[in-house]
Unconditional design. Structure first.
Length: 114
């Protein structure tokens, strides 16, 4: 599975962005998917998770009620809808696939200005 993120950029506080993660590979639908982020000088941290059937989701407390993870297995896509963005959401965001193996995307920058 290869992963490629898109949709990042610069946004003002209070704004919204939608990240996309395009996955290659015919086994995509069998993988649970997650979004992680890493701010400068900090450890990479969990943001959101969705299982392979898109039934169960889980979020970090810091993004709960502001971010929404979803997936479209027909299109091999995972999304992260980010609303009410805060400067502390500034980070490189990574897409991750969890299954028989673990795969990461290359990451995409999200910058929220105050």
């Amino acid at each position: 599975v290869q992963l490629e993120e898109s949709g990042g950029g610069l946004v003002q506080a209070g704004g919204s962005l939608r990240l996309s993660c395009a996955a290659s590979g015919r086994t995509f639908s069998s993988y649970s998917m997650g979004w992680f982020r890493q701010a400068p000088g900090k450890e990479r941290e969990f943001v959101a998770f969705i299982d392979w059937r898109a039934i169960n989701t889980n979020y970090a407390d810091s993004v709960k009620d502001r971010f929404t993870i979803s997936r479209d297995n027909d299109k091999n896509m995972v999304y992260l809808e980010m609303n009410s963005l805060k400067p502390e959401d500034t980070a490189v965001y990574y897409c991750k696939a969890d299954g028989p193996h673990e795969y990461w995307g290359q990451g995409i920058q999200v910058t929220v200005s105050s």
